[in-house]
Ligand binder design. Structure first.
Ligand SMILES: [Zn+2]
Length: 433
């Protein structure tokens, strides 16, 4: 009798565990065998459609990631050994770092600065809701009020943007250049963590870009905030990868021969002796000493997820900074398709170029708004927050039937993915006055 009870009890416990496992893991396993292989095929077919568009300006286009953390932030351990190979394999030309200051002390003078294996790095800070680069070794005075901080950065010739634009900021402050219109970290905030972690356990190895993409949501409220701010003056829009390479589990040897485990947000979680039973977990130390790594947010996948494309004369900090401030940039989800070659411009009555994205152009210098793209898609022309025209193809042209309505006009390109249109590219506006 008692054995029979134990038998049924064990069977029901096993059954329960099996059901819980199925409920938790089925969506991720389905994606592994069905959804992600199909998406991969879809995107590789899309990428074959690439055609180099005509070149319209003498300016070059540089791919860059803005808002990135290194070991100088309390919540990252990233070094050049991680950052540079990632940038090289993703075709990234420049990185604008934003390390968290230590208290009120910036890490900028200690930060990476200059060319590393061809990749240009400029150190900056993220604090008090700003992404900022003084562009020299100035220490920012973080003890004054926020608006004064921004004013001082501008007076010194630096760049100042609002970061994490889902949070409140003094949007009326006249002293800032622009804002994040997409931040990967912002986008992940509405996700519930356990299903994402299970998805990474199942798909993190083979389908990591898709597992990251699983968290994507169109940032409609941030985009409409951006449009509304552009009614008053130019506010440059850019994307932030906000990569820390810190959502992971890693281990390295301590000097005393024990192993230290580092968990999410670069926090130490445990220290242990190496014994015969756990030795199999550890590899030879890599360049930074890691003997174990299980990663979610790598630099490589972060840099490829969304990228800024800046039009500039040369790959140098002064030229990039000047053009960033002027809004001569667009941003695109690069893992779907590399947007280098895109151009958005206005033409005058003589059919010659009168301005590009970010420019203010006098109304008598505009006959049409035009865009070319390396990939076909659905072009949407957005005027002061409203879609005023939609056209599918790889070239875009818009002219007004009636007198030209002044104001900012920006382009979005949406592409078909998994049966739905998703945003692929956002340009800065052309301002007609
Ligand atoms: Zn950050």
């Amino acid at each position: 009798m008692i054995f029979r009870i134990i038998k049924y009890l064990l069977l029901s416990i096993l059954g329960f565990i099996l059901i819980v496992f199925l409920v938790l893991f089925t969506p991720a396993i389905w994606r592994h065998w069905v959804t992600y292989p199909r998406l991969e095929k879809e995107v590789s077919a899309f990428q074959k459609l690439r055609k180099e568009p005509i070149v319209l300006t003498k300016m070059n286009t540089y791919r860059g990631v803005i808002h990135v953390h290194s070991y100088l932030s309390h919540d990252s351990k990233g070094t050049l050994n991680d950052i540079i190979p990632a940038a090289k394999s993703d075709g990234i030309d420049f990185i604008f770092l934003t390390d968290h200051p230590h208290g009120n002390i910036d890490t900028i003078p200690k930060g990476y600065k200059g060319f590393y294996d061809g990749v240009l790095i400029e150190p900056g800070s993220e604090k008090q809701g700003f992404d900022t680069w003084p562009l020299d070794s100035t220490i920012i005075d973080w003890s004054v009020d926020k608006d004064t901080i921004a004013k001082n950065i501008i007076a010194g010739g630096g760049i100042i943007f609002y970061a994490h634009t889902e949070e409140p900021h003094n949007w009326a402050n006249p002293f800032y250049h622009g804002m994040e219109i997409y931040n990967f970290h912002t986008d992940t905030k509405d996700e519930s963590l356990p299903p994402q972690i299970i998805n990474f356990i199942v798909n993190g190895n083979r389908y990591r870009p898709w597992a990251l993409r699983e968290m994507f949501d169109e940032q409609t409220s941030i985009l409409s905030l951006w449009d509304s701010l552009n009614l008053k003056r130019q506010i440059v829009g850019f994307s932030a990868v906000d990569t820390h390479e810190n959502q992971n589990i890693r281990a390295k040897y301590l000097k005393d021969g024990r192993i230290q485990w580092i968990g999410p947000n670069a926090k130490a979680i445990d220290t242990m002796e190496v014994k015969f039973w756990n030795k199999w977990l550890f590899n030879q130390p890599d360049k930074d000493g890691w003997v174990f790594k299980w990663m979610i947010d790598t630099y490589k996948d972060g840099f490829n997820y969304i990228t800024n494309y800046v039009l500039a004369d040369s790959l140098s900090v002064p030229s990039l900074a000047e053009n960033l401030k002027r809004g001569h940039l667009y941003t695109a989800f690069k893992s779907l398709g590399d947007a280098k070659g895109f151009m958005y411009y206005s033409k005058n009555q003589k059919d010659s170029l009168s301005g590009i994205m970010g420019d203010s152009v006098r109304v008598d210098q505009v006959k049409s708004l035009n865009a070319v793209s390396p990939f076909p898609g659905q072009f949407r022309l957005i005027h002061e927050g409203k879609i005023v025209n939609i056209l599918a193809g790889e070239r875009y042209q818009f002219s007004w039937a009636e007198p030209i309505e002044k104001g900012g006009y920006r382009i979005e390109i949406h592409i078909k993915l998994n049966g739905k249109l998703v945003p692929w590219l956002y340009s800065n506006p052309i301002y007609i006055y």
